[in-house]
Design a protein around this ligand. Structure first.
Ligand code: C5P
Length: 331
């Protein structure tokens, strides 16, 4: 039977959703709620996950690719050590949240085809949650209003609304209150993937420790300018070199304290011709802005050759937010 949206009822739904890099991440002192107020500028990038939703009686999650323990095997029903597969999985929680709100009593089998590295500072878990909201909404025909999806996204995590929105945006509060940013053209990035992940709360705690240890030297702790004006001006200009000069991330130093070897990754990128380099979000992925496609391709090959990372991926930004895609086959 066809649903009102033109798709066959109960046919699987495939949603593509982007990872992100923070072009600017200014972090304030921790609040009583345990969160840090941030002023951030985010760009969605073409390293994407695909979330496939299929009709089922219960909610379940399976994963392939990054975080599955293998690039080919499908792991179901057990913890992989990287992506949790039970009710703690953010995509699982997204499905349960939407079902509760919409009064849906059916389940869903969610398969996460992951390209975004796990616990890597690129909001991969948030992407899967945003993808699950959009995929379940289509599968169940719940037709949630956009503002309700955004509100559910914010409840699931600070980065989930941006994964829904995509593009380039400024985020305040916990990072979940978004406003659009004028951005000209597109940018070529290289992402150096690390072995192992970093926990976002652990990086924020390290930031707190640094503030306690060195309050009088806080300007050393906070290399990112407090205001994102330079990044916003660079995005309006569309000049990669201007954007490279304005990049800044207050979580970079705490991430480097937890993972000192990342200094060598950043230095290698600069040495090998990146216009700009920074830790992506809470790390440990390092992001490099390249002048153009040829430079990005060469930089990725050279970083892999230098042996400083697990893999180096070329990507463009900005990329669209969570979208239903029609192509029949997964990547
Ligand atoms: O919002 P989300 O669940 O993704 O946040 C994960 C953790 O990251 C929080 O529990 C908190 O420890 C930390 N966090 C923070 N300040 C933010 C965002 C996240 O301290 N603005």
């Amino acid at each position: 039977m066809e649903s009102g949206s033109g798709r066959m009822e109960d046919a699987p739904v495939r949603v593509r959703v982007p990872g992100k890099v923070n072009l600017h991440l200014g972090v304030g002192p921790v609040g009583e709620d345990g969160y840090h107020p941030v002023v951030t500028v985010l760009q969605a990038v073409s390293i994407t996950d695909e979330v496939v939703a299929e009709a089922a009686d219960e909610v379940s999650v399976a994963v392939t690719g990054e975080g599955s323990g293998s690039t080919s095997d499908l792991r179901v029903g057990q913890d992989t050590g990287s992506v949790p597969l039970g009710p703690d999985n953010l995509a699982h929680r997204a499905a349960v949240l939407l079902a509760g709100r919409a009064g849906v009593s059916r389940g869903v089998r969610l398969t996460l085809h992951k390209q975004i590295p796990v616990a890597a500072g690129m909001a991969g878990g948030s992407a899967d949650a945003a993808g699950a909201l959009v995929a379940c909404d289509a599968l169940w025909g719940t037709r949630a209003a956009r503002e309700d999806l955004v509100e559910m996204a914010a409840q699931l995590g600070s980065d989930v609304p941006f994964a829904l929105a995509g593009g380039t945006a400024m985020g305040i509060g916990r990072g979940e209150q978004l406003s659009p940013v004028l951005s000209r053209g597109s940018y070529w990035w290289v992402f150096a993937l690390a072995h192992g992940g970093l926990s976002t709360p652990a990086v924020y705690r390290e930031y707190d420790r640094m503030l306690e240890e060195l309050p009088e030297r806080s300007e050393l702790i906070r290399p990112a300018v407090a205001r994102p004006d330079d990044v916003l001006a660079a995005l309006r200009s569309g000049e990669p070199a201007a954007l490279a000069a304005a990049l800044g991330n207050d979580l970079q130093l705490p991430a480097l304290r937890l993972r000192p070897e990342l200094r060598e990754v950043l230095a290698a990128g600069t040495r090998l011709g990146a216009l700009g380099s920074l830790v992506s979000g809470s790390g440990p992925t390092c992001a490099f802005l390249a002048a153009d496609e040829a430079n990005a391709t060469r930089l990725a090959a050279d970083l892999e050759q230098a042996g400083v990372c697990r893999a180096a991926l070329v990507a463009t930004g900005p990329a669209p937010g969570a979208l239903v895609v029609d192509d029949a086959q997964p990547r």
